[in-house]
Design a protein around this ligand. Structure first.
Ligand code: AHR
Length: 651
């Protein structure tokens, strides 16, 4: 090598190594003057019965088609012997079908029926399950019996209990049944023992161990996962499911309350939305309805945020001339909205407040938020929203109303609807964005220049969608980086909810999702842990966090925001390094008194951007926490490449 070339190369190495050593980021955090308040509703959850999120998921009922109301009355059941579907003298008006089990015609033959459950009935060894049924004996006046059994895939009987039905009137019978072994794919069998008939309706099976041990309960592991997110707000029940493919199958909250046996079955639009993930047995039993929603909101400490139909059926799915209700015919829809507020908040002298009390909750649920419409667009929407707003404001002026900005994060519909929402003076505007990594990484400053005078923002559905639609690490890191923009703009962004929440590994229609499960296990995605880190460290006020007088929104791959919790006396530094290098960051805290402080550092990181947490490998990437010390008002850290970091400093 020539001497001159050697010198040039040497110079190159020297200058590039100098560059590495000076590649430091200096961040100033203004602790002296805490900024805008952060709403307690800031980070929340959004639930929709998609991916078997309710029936077959969070709602712990294990029997599919328990009331024989699916259009094919025996879907989910296989019968043997003499079983007849009937409607005469049914006990529940809204669910008119029931079955009659009668003598098979020969003493050696048998009558009965098996239920397949949701992707099987998964029973644990020696755990208690509560079987219940409404039954009567139509012919005899004494007592007739049947057995209820768990049967495995090889027809072995795992549990068997006898029930005697002793009345001609419909009555509820129940028994606790336990399996002698664990069986993920059991069936529930009903086996007629008598020669006389028994009529049956609302055949139900729940684990005794439900969330808070409630009989019409929720799966405890899934409800616990929601509780552990510490969500500030809980949006329910959707999503497109609110709208209906036709108005007749929109979500009508009144069908979801009252005795569970009499709740009217509804179609689930996710049954057929994606023909390549078609589930002909997907319906909504409404067993987890609006009462259970309010109750769960209370349990997990989240503000309930119901969404109701605005009289538009799904604009993606329905293009017929009479798809939507005419504005002049909206009154019943508006009344539904007003009645829902009464159900949540009304006292016992009101019709709907009394129903809530009769269901077990005399105290009001103190609902403060209501969304009207989901992903609507065009002038059809504001035309319908306006009369809702007038009626709600007149009767319930303190309820905050949420309007929609359409299905997209930008574009024609979005541009049209935001000014319309301002004109109508909604309190918050719901934005939805399911976008790729780059959109999230490029968009961390999205809210920095939003109009501060108009309605606030509710990012009501969002998730990073990688090409392979996995809940991979890269998507989680992109969301974490983007969310620093939510926090920095907490004066205008008041709520955000990742979507969708749940997915059954065998029954999903939409990916990615926050929590995955099968019948026995559940796994928290890496995205879940991002939500949890934000949800557990909301803070009360934003702290101005600047580098060279500018917010960090991706310069050099770094995204940062900070908050203070004035009640807990804690400072939260959230910082993502999306680059491939370790980054040195020097924080200076203006206004922090001298002294040594303790704290923690929690990191989510991986070298493998495509890795995900699965049922088989649930802890592939999870937050790891270590202790830190902060001396005086400076704090230097090294951010691992591809990492999201949370520093908690105790003041
Ligand atoms: O979250 C899944 C769906 O995405 C919601 O139902 C809908 O609002 C959006 O299009």
């Amino acid at each position: 090598m020539k001497r001159t070339n050697f010198i040039i190369m040497l110079l190159f190495f020297v200058t590039s190594s100098i560059q590495i050593s000076v590649s430091q980021t200096t961040i100033t955090v203004d602790v002296k003057k805490p900024g805008s308040p952060i709403q307690s509703t800031m980070y929340g959850i959004f639930f929709e019965d998609i991916n078997y999120g309710a029936d077959g998921g969070l709602y712990a009922e294990m029997i599919k088609n328990r009331s024989f109301e699916f259009p094919q009355s025996l879907l989910g059941w296989s019968t043997f012997g003499n079983v007849e579907v009937r409607t005469d003298g049914a006990p529940f008006d809204n669910n008119p079908h029931y079955v009659r089990l009668s003598y098979a015609g020969h003493d050696e033959k048998h009558t009965g029926m098996d239920n397949e459950g949701f992707f099987g009935i998964s029973v644990k060894q020696n755990a208690d399950y509560r079987f219940s049924v409404w039954a009567r004996i139509p012919q005899s006046s004494t007592s007739e019996s049947f057995r209820v059994e768990f049967v495995d895939e090889n027809s072995n009987i795992l549990a068997s209990e006898k029930i005697a039905v002793n009345s001609k009137e419909w009555k509820k019978y129940q028994v606790i049944i336990k399996s002698k072994k664990l069986e993920p794919k059991a069936r529930l069998r009903i086996f007629l023992m008598s020669k006389k008939s028994i009529d049956m309706e609302h055949v139900s099976l729940f684990p005794v161990d439900t969330w808070k041990s409630r009989e019409n309960g929720l799966r405890s592991d899934l409800a616990q996962a929601l509780y552990d997110l510490q969500p500030g707000v809980f949006r329910f029940p959707g999503g497109c499911i609110v709208e209906g493919t036709d108005l007749s199958d929109r979500y009508q909250w009144k069908n979801s309350v009252g005795p569970v046996e009499n709740r009217k079955l509804n179609l689930n639009r996710w049954q057929y939305t994606f023909p390549y993930r078609f589930f002909p047995d997907y319906y909504q039993s409404y067993g987890m309805g609006f009462y259970e929603f309010f109750q769960l909101s209370e349990d997990i400490g989240a503000e309930p945020l119901p969404v109701i139909s605005c009289g538009l059926s799904c604009q993606f799915q329905n293009h017929s001339d009479n798809a939507h209700v005419a504005v002049c015919d909206l009154q019943p829809y508006i009344q539904d909205a007003l009645d829902l507020i009464e159900f949540a908040n009304g006292d016992l002298t009101t019709k709907w407040g009394k129903l809530r009390a009769d269901m077990g909750h005399p105290a009001p649920f103190n609902m403060k938020l209501l969304a009207v419409g989901n992903e609507q667009w065009g002038s059809l929407y504001p035309e319908r929203l306006e009369p809702f707003i007038k009626a709600i404001r007149a009767k319930y002026p303190t309820v905050q109303i949420i309007g929609s900005s359409g299905p997209g994060s930008e574009g024609k519909d979005f541009e049209y609807l935001w000014p319309e929402m301002k004109r109508l003076k909604v309190d918050l505007v719901d934005e939805h964005f399911y976008r790729p990594e780059k959109w999230f990484l490029d968009g961390a400053a999205r809210y920095d220049n939003y109009d501060r005078k108009g309605p606030k923002v509710f990012a009501g559905e969002y998730a990073c969608h990688p090409k392979n639609r996995k809940n991979n690490f890269e998507s989680a890191l992109s969301e974490a980086a983007f969310m620093t923009g939510f926090e920095r703009n907490a004066d205008i962004v008041h709520m955000c909810t990742y979507a969708p929440l749940f997915a059954h590994v065998q029954g999903w229609q939409w990916r990615p999702d926050l929590i995955w499960f099968d019948n026995m296990r559940s796994v928290k995605s890496i995205n879940y842990y991002v939500q949890q880190l934000y949800g557990m460290h909301v803070g009360t006020n934003v702290l101005k966090t600047l580098s060279n007088k500018t917010p960090l929104t991706g310069q050099d791959g770094i995204y940062a925001s900070s908050a203070i919790d004035k009640v807990k006396n804690e400072i939260y530094l959230k910082i993502a390094n999306t680059s491939n290098e370790v980054k040195k960051v020097n924080y200076t805290f203006n206004g922090l008194k001298k002294g040594e402080r303790k704290g923690t550092h929690t990191i989510l990181k991986s070298d493998n951007l495509d890795i995900e947490n699965t049922l088989e490998n649930p802890f592939a990437v999870i937050p790891v926490t270590s202790e830190i010390k902060v001396s005086d008002n400076v704090f230097s850290v090294e951010l691992a490449a591809k990492s999201f970091n949370l520093y908690v400093i105790k003041q």
